[in-house]
Design a binder for this molecule. Structure first.
Ligand code: IPE
Ligand code: IPE
Ligand code: MG
Length: 242
């Protein structure tokens, strides 16, 4: 492993599909929500590690639009855990210089969850070391559908001409408009799929898959992913300079 990965190519934006909480709990004879509780510990660890490694944006897939289809008790437990974690973690986030943001469709989230989203975003707004983005009630198809509606509306109103629409116009109208595209996407839990995560933004992201279940993911696991990333040759469709 490299002595100091910061001297090599460190990804500016790391996005993580935090998968495997349920299996982690089941392996221990626990209820699935216990896995999500352990998952919060991993978030705390990995955030610290990302700051230490010089990552500037960390996006965490927290709840997908499809996750509403899980048993109500599990959905309620995840939402409750989010609210509790906001209260418990905000002082530490501020101390670490973290700016926390939420991306996704907030309209389907409860008033209570929206209250805690406002709270964490407002209280950490000055953070300058890292931007931590929770994808909540997020999915790419939903994001793109909403973006298409916005653009269609602008064309209908006459404030945008259809011929003017290019990739930059679309990027500028996504939930992620304030952030660079992810350089590295990590999926824990052993599955090899994106599950509706950042499909537009991932056009040229490097992908890293690990069987490690999210609650077991730690600083060394992140280092392993960053090390793999630093060895990748990103060509963006071009040929290498001689
Ligand atoms: C990911 O872990 C967390 C969420 C989707 C909220 P899972 O709950 O999907 O865990 P597994 O995949 O069932 O093990
Ligand atoms: C993706 O994990 C969503 C989150 C990590 C929040 P899922 O467990 O929901 O994805 P699938 O069902 O394995 O594709
Ligand atoms: Mg899963």
């Amino acid at each position: 492993m490299a002595e100091n990965i910061k001297d090599k190519k460190t990804p500016c934006h790391v996005a993580i599909i935090m998968d495997g909480n349920g299996r982690w709990a089941q392996q221990r004879g626990l209820e699935r929500p216990e896995g999500h509780i352990a998952g919060v510990e991993a978030v705390r660890r990995v955030l610290k590690a990302a700051v230490a490694e010089g990552v500037k944006y960390l996006t965490l897939y927290t709840f997908s639009t499809e996750n509403w289809g899980r048993p109500k008790e599990e959905v309620d437990a995840i939402m409750e855990l989010f609210c509790k974690s906001v209260v418990a973690e905000t002082p530490e986030l501020k101390a670490q210089g973290v700016r926390a943001r939420i991306m996704g469709d907030r309209s389907a989230l409860s008033e209570k969850v929206n209250h805690y989203i406002d709270r964490i975003e407002n209280e950490t707004a000055e953070g300058e070391r890292i931007t931590l983005i929770f994808a909540m009630n997020y999915s790419s198809r939903h994001e793109l559908t909403e973006t298409m509606k916005v653009l269609a509306q602008k064309v209908a109103e006459g404030s945008l001409r259809a011929e003017e629409i290019d990739a930059a116009t679309i990027s500028a109208n996504l939930y992620s408009c304030d952030y660079p595209d992810p350089d590295l996407i990590i999926r824990t839990g052993g599955e090899y799929r994106l599950s509706n995560f950042l499909m537009w933004q991932a056009a040229y992201s490097e992908l890293f898959f690990t069987p490690t279940l999210w609650p077991d993911f730690d600083h060394d696991s992140l280092k392993e992913a960053l090390e793999a990333y630093s060895g990748r040759n990103r060509r963006f469709g071009l040929v290498e300079a001689k």
